[in-house]
Write a protein that binds this ligand. Structure first.
Ligand SMILES: Nc1ncnc2c1ncn2[C@@H]1O[C@H](COP(=O)(O)OP(=O)(O)OP(=O)(O)O)[C@@H](O)[C@H]1O
Ligand SMILES: [Mg+2]
Length: 273
């Protein structure tokens, strides 16, 4: 057995090829540069947390990878090949699944129906029994705590809904899953449940990208922490790195101190010239 040797999180787990790899990816909205020269690698069986202040470009980056936005420039390689993620269905077909923050579940439908929502073309669609079995299997594999798959989603807790949304995204057997703020609305116990779930997804060998503002959650689950600031890369950290350094990278505190010092030095030199 490989004994999960490549799961201890040095910067590049096991030397495996990244499932997704971005180089110099930029995205402009008119005059606004939302992303500039972004680099990002995610390996199979790795959780990468994407962190940064409001407006840092996290959601834009996820939308580029989900095929919602087209990058202005740069290259994206998926599974070793350069790809164009020209639409959400193109991204999904390649094996990139996204759980958006609003989850997009139907309250009045039960768990099975929600897992199969919008998958009418799937071969299981017409077979209720097969759908239910497959839904249960998926949820069991995730060790999810759902009382019944025939329960309407309206009666589930926030953590259980997140679980259903994640199970739904796994139906098409993606290689990369992206979760936008999966614990933002959850209490302590439900957060722990969702973090466990994310670890299970990683253990299936998927690459995982998680956006979160909660540094505790990020430290608990991420193998690497990628900081964005003002649409640019601003450092890569591991959960063992100093929280102060991480926060400084997010807020730009270090950069400000450095540039202030540089500015003072320049002023002094000018003054003495
Ligand atoms: N469709 C759009 N049109 C114009 N500007 C946009 C669009 N989407 C995002 N932006 C701009 O791009 C920048 C990055 O926004 P983005 O939503 O990606 O940030 P974020 O890191 O997800 O922030 P938050 O933590 O608040 O969700 C912001 O300046 C935002 O105003
Ligand atoms: Mg956002």
């Amino acid at each position: 057995m490989a004994d999960h040797a490549d799961r201890s999180p040095p910067a590049h787990p096991g030397g495996r090829e990244p499932v997704i790899s971005l180089r110099n990816v930029s995205k402009n909205f008119g005059a606004v540069s939302a992303l500039t020269d972004i680099e990002l690698d995610v390996h199979p069986g790795e959780v990468v947390a994407l962190v940064g202040d409001n407006g840092a470009g996290k959601s834009t980056l996820v939308k580029v990878l989900a095929g919602v936005h087209q990058p202005t420039s740069g290259t994206i390689r998926f599974d070793g090949r350069e790809v164009a993620l020209s639409s959400p269905s193109a991204a999904l077909d390649l094996g990139i699944a996204t759980v958006f923050q609003d989850l997009a579940l139907c309250e009045n439908l039960d768990v099975v129906a929600n897992i199969y929502l919008g998958r009418e073309a799937s071969p299981w669609k017409l077979d209720e029994v097969a759908m239910e079995v497959r839904a249960w299997t998926l949820l069991n594999e995730l060790a999810a705590r759902i009382p019944s798959v025939r329960e309407p989603v309206a009666s589930l807790s926030g953590g259980q809904r997140q679980t259903v949304a994640i199970a739904r995204s796994l139906l098409l057997e993606p290689k990369l899953i992206m979760l936008d703020e999966p614990t933002a609305a959850l209490g302590v116990a439900q957060t722990a449940e969702v973090l466990n779930l994310i670890e299970r997804v990683r253990d299936r060998g998927l690459g995982v990208i998680i956006i979160s503002h909660n540094m505790e959650d990020v430290r608990a689950v991420a193998d690497r922490i990628v900081v964005l600031r003002l649409g640019r890369n601003n450092g890569v950290f591991t959960p063992d790195d100093s929280p102060t350094d991480l926060i400084a990278a997010i807020t730009g505190a270090t950069e400000n101190a450095v540039s202030r010092r540089a500015g003072r030095r320049a002023a002094t030199l000018e003054g003495s010239a």
